[in-house]
Design a protein around this ligand. Structure first.
Ligand code: 4AD
Ligand code: MG
Length: 457
């Protein structure tokens, strides 16, 4: 269909004076005696294109003026009568698809809760279209960041036999009939597609380590799956995961990379999505641009878990879950640390080994591991990372303590046998990042079709 993007019509100065064809959905219609105005959006720009219809010269099918209808308009581009940019004087308006009055996206702002029930149409609203344009720009920036630094992009398998986080949150992958009955679990899996228990990957890290210990610096950017029952505003059953992994790196290197990435992405979104960010700043989170600009220019804090627990224990009265050394930090604790104590992003490092994964490097103290979680205001944990245990004996001991099935990890252990190196990396939850930069408060509003327990709309 020969036409040009509304973005170009609005923004290209040199286009004024020429005749163009655009396509889009009707967002508003205003009528007066002589002229009527259609505002069109085709998704390419936050701003809409005003189409001016001279009623003395052109009769338009009333269906073309209904909210949500899709149309093709030919017209002359002129400088906008009011405001910046261009508008279009219509020569013809043609209906592509009509839209009945029950169209659920009406002019007045509907609630996010309601829009969550119509995920297939909610992207036609300003808010959601802006979220997904920002999401796309951030995704491109992720690839750019790593490419510029010679990180290779790896595609790790989504079906796996090894549970990276060991939290028992793997979705099972099976081709067995629903009523298959076997005397033992072992027999069940022996007859299954892969001959062993398989599931959807919760993280590409273990496979990422294979690549990093050959290519040096790699990253993955793909979906991870977690069958966790937590019905929260920051968990999805399927989320996108950015996981760099670096050879010849220790915990401070991992922290530095994470901070650099986050700042780079914030700057990219601020630079490339000015209209969207101004909208979020006005209607979603007041002061968002100022906050992000500060974050992009500030040093992040670093705090040991033990020190964090010391701070939090004094505040135990305010928490639903009181804090003790050894406990996992809950969202309320994470938010308190980053919002009230440090008032900026903070890496909490050196967690007790019992609450972290088997693969983390064991510290000298025998009690903690070289982990680093990045906590940010409004969200809590946005990044989880660590230096990895490079010593085979120590790793095997940690796995034994957790009663892990070693057979699924032979390749992983072999990396520690043949030229083992200090290495590490982290995982950034992409949806959590999008929440952070847009100010959206529910992770279900930053994924196209969010999946969570009992929800697969
Ligand atoms: O902290 P996590 O579990 O760490 C890992 O998976 C490591 N293997 C990463 C690595 O070192 N390569 O997850 C990393 C991040 C979290 O900080 C969070 O942002 C996000 O992934 N995340 C989720 N996002 C949405 N929904 C969920 N259910 C998430 N679980 C984790
Ligand atoms: Mg984590």
């Amino acid at each position: 269909m020969k036409h040009i993007d509304i973005y170009e019509v609005l923004n290209k100065r040199e286009i004024a004076g020429s005749e163009v064809t655009v396509c889009g959905w009707v967002r508003t219609f205003r009528d007066s005696a002589q002229v009527s105005f259609l505002e069109l959006s085709d998704g390419t720009s936050f701003r809409r294109l005003q189409v001016v219809i001279d009623k003395t010269a052109l009769t338009v099918d009333p269906e073309c003026t209904k909210l949500g209808a899709s149309v093709r308009v030919k017209g002359n581009v002129v400088k906008a009568f009011k405001g910046e940019g261009n508008e279009l004087n219509a020569l013809s308006v043609e209906l592509l698809g009509k839209c009945p009055a029950e169209y659920p996206i009406q002019k007045k702002r509907t609630t996010l809760e309601f829009l969550r029930t119509i995920p297939h149409l909610r992207l036609r609203t300003n808010t959601f279209a802006a979220v997904f344009r920002v999401r796309s720009v951030a995704a491109q920036a992720i690839h750019r960041f790593f490419h510029e630094r010679r990180f290779y992009y790896m595609n790790t398998p989504l079906i796996t036999a090894s549970d990276c986080e060991g939290a028992g949150e793997m979705f099972r992958v099976t081709t067995q009939p629903w009523n298959a009955s076997y005397a033992t679990e072992e027999e069940y899996y022996k007859n299954d597609f892969f001959g062993v228990k398989a599931g959807l990957s919760v993280s590409g890290q273990l496979e990422g380590e294979i690549a990093a210990t050959a290519l040096g610096k790699i990253y993955t950017f793909g979906p991870s799956f977690r069958a966790e029952n937590s019905n929260t505003t920051r968990h999805l059953a399927e989320f996108w995961h950015v996981e760099p992994e670096v050879a010849f790196a220790e915990l401070p290197d991992v922290i530095e990379l994470a901070e650099e990435l986050l700042k780079y992405l914030i700057r990219a979104v601020l630079d490339e999505c000015p209209d969207e960010m101004a909208f979020f700043d006005s209607f979603v989170e007041k002061g968002l641009i100022e906050k992000l600009t500060q974050v992009a220019n500030a040093d992040f804090a670093v705090c040991e878990y033990t020190e964090a627990v010391g701070i939090l224990k004094k505040e135990n009265a305010r928490f639903q879950f009181p804090v003790e050394w050894g406990c996992d930090l809950q969202s309320e604790h994470e938010k308190f640390l980053t919002e009230q104590v440090f008032k900026r992003p903070v890496f909490v490092i050196d967690y007790p080994k019992e609450i972290k994964s088997f693969y983390m490097k064991q510290n000298q103290d025998g009690k903690t591991v070289a982990a680093a979680d990045l906590l940010v205001p409004g969200i809590g944990e946005i990044i989880g990372g660590s230096e990895r245990e490079a010593d085979r004996e120590k790793l095997v001991a940690a796995m034994r303590e957790r009663k892990m099935d070693m057979s699924a990890y032979e390749q992983y252990l072999a990396l520690r046998t043949f030229g083992s190196v200090p290495h590490g990396g982290f995982g950034l939850g992409f949806e959590r990042f999008v929440m952070y930069v847009t100010g959206m408060e529910n992770i279900r509003d930053v994924a196209l079709l969010p999946r969570w327990t009992k929800n697969i709309l």
